[in-house]
Write a protein that binds this ligand. Sequence first.
Ligand code: HAM
Length: 429
Amino acid sequence: MSKSLQAIRGMNDILPEQTPVWRYFEGTVSRLLDNYGYKQIRMPIVEFTELFKRSIGEVTDIVEKEMYTFDDRNGDSLTLRPEGTAACVRAVLEHGITGGGQVQKLWYIGPMFRHERPQKGRYRQFHQIGLEVFNLDGPDIDAELIIMTWRLWGELGIRDAVKLELNSLGTSESRGRYREALVEYLSAHHDKLDEDSQRRLKTNPLRVLDTKNADTQAVLVNAPKMADYLDDESRAHFEGLKARLDAVGIPYVLNPKLVRGLDYYSKTVFEWVTDKLGAQGTVCAGGRYDGLVEQMGGKPTPGVGFAMGIERLVLMLETLEQIPQELSRQVDVYLCAFGEAAELAGLALAERVRDQLPNLRLQVNAGAGSFKSQFKKADKSGALYALILGDDEMARQVVGFKPLRGQGEQQNIAWDALAAHLATCVVQG
Ligand code: HAM
């Protein structure tokens, strides 16, 4: 196939054999969020470029080099969203739903776009489930977000494979004071810093803490610590969060170098990381952004949220073999009909059964075929039972009921009794 007719590098098709795991994951998360009282919001995939520059920060990797930005036919600069927080803040402001201190607990799901170097767990179109809470400023809600994710890891069977890293960036005032101290210290060691860190020192000094360069890391050992610059309010908030995590028994590691790659954070930041996925180990990340709404033109409105990468969590489920067995079967019952009269009767019978058992996964053979070929298809479908309608069965108004996975003998069931019989032998999801 010519290259121009292939999918774009880093943008993946999710094939039919993969979608059951995706739907299982998405279903588990959305049920959990419903149960905790969160409401779904859906935003467009494209926004004005300015939105992301203003919120994520001009001097971040995302805005500097990873956005899919283009001019539309009106000459407006638009960008495929690289994340969901900015658009969610824009939406709540535009619709006035956080005005007057109204609490909003929102979640969203969908594709995000970043022009990163693709590798396992890192793609150019990837999918997030994200969550944002507005107008609650206490550590109790930060704790709830983390507790919810902890419950999710438990439900998915991956709790032992993830670790929570936690830090506080403080208020913008305390971060400002810390930034000054850090710049002073790093400037004195300028020559020992790698090139990227030298650049960041001028543009976004906190990101130097994030460096992977061993020499710069060595310089950082004696650098001023963020924790020493936290003001009383930030300190109390952080202590409040830790106390709640302790109360629920959620283990965490304090990581003073955790700064995150987006500029809007203040106070709490956290990441759930794993060593099961190689280099791309962060499966869920977020934090508090109390200044963002105001920065985007709204009244001061505290906010906190996180987003998880669906590809990475699906990979985790696969790697840890935590995919529920029942996902491998998509069909419960397969109906085979031989001859035109049987086909017509079969269609009507299938619809009656579906009326009575709305959750039954019943597949009716299409494309006719011999006895042998229909049975082959029934078997390949993964169904537990085949239903057989031929001349004999038609004459007696019964259907042949044949277990396909070795659970007993074939028997005849009267048409009227079929739904009741299926209800006893198929566990319906
Ligand atoms: P983020 O850390 O940029 O935060 O992304 C959140 C998660 O999305 C990551 O932890 C990772 O699981 C996944 N992810 C990010 N980039 C990629 C990629 N290229 N390929 C695959 N997965 C990826 C945010 O986006 C913030 N908006 C989170 C947030 C919400 N903070 C507050 N509210």
